[in-house]
Design a protein around this ligand. Sequence first.
Ligand code: SDX
Length: 482
Amino acid sequence: MKLADNKATLSFSNGSPSVEMPVYQGSIGPDVIDIRKLYAQTGMFTYDPGFLSTASCQSAITYIDGDKGELLYRGYPIEQLAVNCDFLETCHLLLYGNLPNETQKKDFTSRVTNHTMVNEQMQFFLRGFRRDAHPMAVLTGLVGALSAFYHDSTDINNPQHREVAAIRLIAKMPTLVAMAYKYGKGEPYMYPRNDLSYAGNFLRMMFGTPCEDYVVNPVLERALDRIFILHADHEQNASTSTVRLCGSSGTNPFAAIAAGVACLWGPAHGGANEACLNMLEDIQRQGGVSKVGEFMEKVKDKNSGVKLMGFGHRVYKNYDPRAKLMQETCNEVLKELGLENDPLFKLAKELEKIALEDDYFVSRKLYPNVDFYSGIVQRAMGIPVNLFTGIFALARTVGWIAQLNEMISDPEYKIGRPRQLFTGSERAGKRAAAIQTLIVDGPRPPTHESPPHPGGLFLWCAGSASRPRIVVTPVTVQRVLP
Ligand code: SDX
């Protein structure tokens, strides 16, 4: 971090001494006011639920300019990566800070490919779930279960161990997501193959069967690889912050990533793609494009609780660059599959058109985000709606790991432990009598029939069967506990 020339001064209207705080500059983006000494100097905390104005860390991985609608992975614009690179090259960039050369790419691809299988015991975890369990519930369990297989070989503070855990997680997520899908369908699992690409392998594990060869469609393979790139990382979003906070205790990296999977599931976050597609299907069922106006009125009515899912973002106050790329991918896939007239795609484009012209959305700077079109393209590829967030988690795993590893390798990192503004009851006060506890051996515990003498309350506590122990506490008898 680079110290800025100016400083921040906090002054109080009640005459308390003002406090000076250093300001640090990032390489790009907003400066930060370093408040780490604030509590020691003032006895006060800052208050920022939802962290709208709080930087939780310093990071060199991903930068978002919400006003410009810009997204950079290690300085590379997402538009360039999505067109010129593949997902594993992007993983290398996020993890190590550079796009791989030919040799590095070959080595990285080989390491990931050779870790795609999971322990045969993993399939028995799935059997504990109902067949109709939500895939995100299954995935949360499976990713957490990975820590049971690698806990003894994972010292999060050992860089080599972090490296192996990163490769294992990136490699195994597609296998686990496909297993969750197959389990729900009652179909046999498909083992990964080493002669397929990362995305091609996933398509085959999802849609292949042991009964016949599966031929990977190159257009769908490329589209899915791009979807992975678009979801790979996104600065300190809710699930990444969850992984960082969870990992800050030094827990097993698989457990920390499982926490990220759980957080991503929420409809305000990664679950929005599933919620968005369900929203489009609902409107379609009610009449489609002709019902858009009526639906938009509900969205604008605060009391309806209806939101335009896939729209709006905490950081982007302009078009999410990923949404544009996702719309292009949508066009390519629908054309390849002869679904150019897909009614949901038409409906989504109509919703977007109306929203971008409506003052409610324009005044609030609400634009399509990554989730608005991702559901349509995944549905067209045959991926079930309830698996969309699982695909998001698969792709985001590399971002979570890169951010976790960046935190752990920062010598300044501490366990995350936020404070609060307490608004609950004050100390119980005078009602609590001074308590002096005498411990006596008693012949028998008190009973309803023979309650303790008015001056004492007997608390029956576990003691040796032959010599029960009774604690005599001389407080006003409120009632004899049963
Ligand atoms: C992801 O953080 C990330 O980077 C996340 C993510 C990633 O890659 O990790 O980008 C992935 O989570 C994308 C977001 C997916 N979620 C959705 O699409 C769900 C719908 N969107 C909203 O829930 C909302 O926009 C959020 C949660 C995304 C952002 O909410 P904020 O920043 O807390 O903003 P807000 O809820 O305070 O909204 C500001 C105003 C409010 O109206 P007013 O109180 O000012 O009158 O905009 C309104 C909101 O009611 N609003 C919406 C809306 N989103 C915000 N109104 C209708 N429809 C919407 N979608």
